[in-house]
Design a protein around this ligand. Structure first.
Ligand code: FPP
Length: 254
C-alpha cells in the first residue's frame, strides 16, 4: 500500500486524505457537532439555518469517513438535555433525521452504509422515529460504514439504566455480584456491540463532553477545533485524523 505518497513527494503540506497513513485509521470516530447556532448568528440567520447547514456537513463527513475506511462514525445529533431548547427549535431538529434520510437514503444504501441510532426512543415524534426505523431496517444488511446517530442520547441516563439492569439481573439470579465487570457494563450500554471511539472530535471551541459517551471515551483521543460545525470540512476532518495518527496511545501503560 502506498503510504503518505503526497507528503513524501512534497506535493502538499495541507491535510488531505492521501497525506494520512493507511494503517492507522481510527476504527470509531465520534463527533460532537457544535456551533450551528453561532454559525447562523454570525451570518444574521435564524439558529435553525445553522442546523440545516449542519445536516449537509453530516453528509460531507460521512462520505469522507467512508472513503478513509473508518468503520464506525457516531454523531451527536440531539442530547437528552436539548429538550430544554425553545419548542420551535426542537421541532426543527426533530425534522432533520427525516429530511436527511429522505434525501440521502438511496446514496447511503448504494454506498453500503448501515444506519443505527443510539438513544432513547421515548418522546421522539413518530415522524422522526419512523424515518430512522426505515433507514435502520433498509440498511441493516449493509456491511460498510456504520453511521450511528446519537439522538435523544444522554450518557448518565445510559449508565443509570445499565446499572439498574445489572441490579435487576442480580436480584433475579441471572448475574452474580462477582460477574459485574467492565464487560457487563459495556454490554448494557446503548453502544453495545460498537468498539469504544478511538477519536472524539468536538467543533466550535467548546472544551467539554456534554454528557456524551462518558464511559466509552475513557481512553479516546480528544480533538477540538474552533471551527463551527456547518463549516467543518473534509480538510478539518483529515487534520483531526492526522493528529490522531501522531499521538501515542498508552492506555495508562508506558
Ligand atoms: C449543537 O449546536 C448542535 C445541535 C444540538 C444539533 C446538531 C444537529 C445537526 C448538526 C444536524 C443533525 C443532522 C441529522 C441528519 C440528524 P448548537 O445549536 O448548540 O450551536 P451553538 O452552541 O452555536 O448555539
Amino acid at each position: 500500500m502506498i503510504k503518505r505518497l503526497w507528503a513524501k513527494l512534497g506535493l502538499s503540506s495541507s491535510p488531505t486524505a492521501a497525506s494520512l497513513s493507511t494503517d492507522n485509521i481510527p476504527v470509531h470516530v465520534a463527533i460532537i457537532m457544535d456551533g450551528n447556532g453561532r454559525w447562523a448568528r454570525k451570518r444574521g440567520l435564524p439558529r435553525v439555518a445553522g442546523h440545516h447547514s449542519g445536516m449537509k456537513t453530516v453528509k460531507r463527513i460521512t462520505i469522507a469517513a467512508d472513503r478513509l475506511g473508518i468503520k464506525y462514525l457516531t454523531m451527536y445529533a440531539f442530547s437528552t438535555e436539548n429538550w430544554k431548547r425553545p419548542k420551535a427549535e426542537v421541532e426543527f431538529l426533530m425534522k432533520l433525521p427525516q429530511q436527511f434520510i429522505e434525501i440521502e437514503l438511496d446514496e447511503l444504501i448504494a454506498n453500503n452504509v448501515q444506519v443505527r441510532m443510539m438513544g432513547s426512543r421515548d418522546n421522539l415524534p413518530p415522524h422522526t422515529l419512523s424515518a430512522l426505523e426505515e433507514a435502520i431496517t433498509k440498511t441493516a444488511g449493509n456491511t460498510g460504514l456504520i453511521l450511528n446517530f446519537a439522538l435523544n442520547y444522554g450518557s448518565r441516563m445510559e449508565m443509570v439504566n445499565a446499572i439498574r439492569d445489572m441490579a435487576s439481573d442480580v436480584k433475579t439470579g441471572v448475574l452474580s455480584i462477582d460477574d459485574i465487570d467492565e464487560e457487563a457494563m459495556s454490554s448494557r450500554l446503548l453502544s453495545s456491540g460498537l468498539p469504544d471511539p478511538d477519536l472524539l472530535i468536538r467543533t466550535s471551541g467548546e472544551l467539554r463532553l456534554s454528557n456524551f459517551m462518558l464511559w466509552q471515551l475513557a481512553y479516546s483521543e480528544l480533538w477540538f477545533t474552533d471551527v463551527y460545525w456547518p463549516e467543518f470540512s473534509e480538510k478539518h476532518f483529515y487534520e483531526a485524523i492526522g493528529q490522531y495518527q501522531r499521538r501515542a496511545r498508552r492506555y495508562g501503560g508506558l
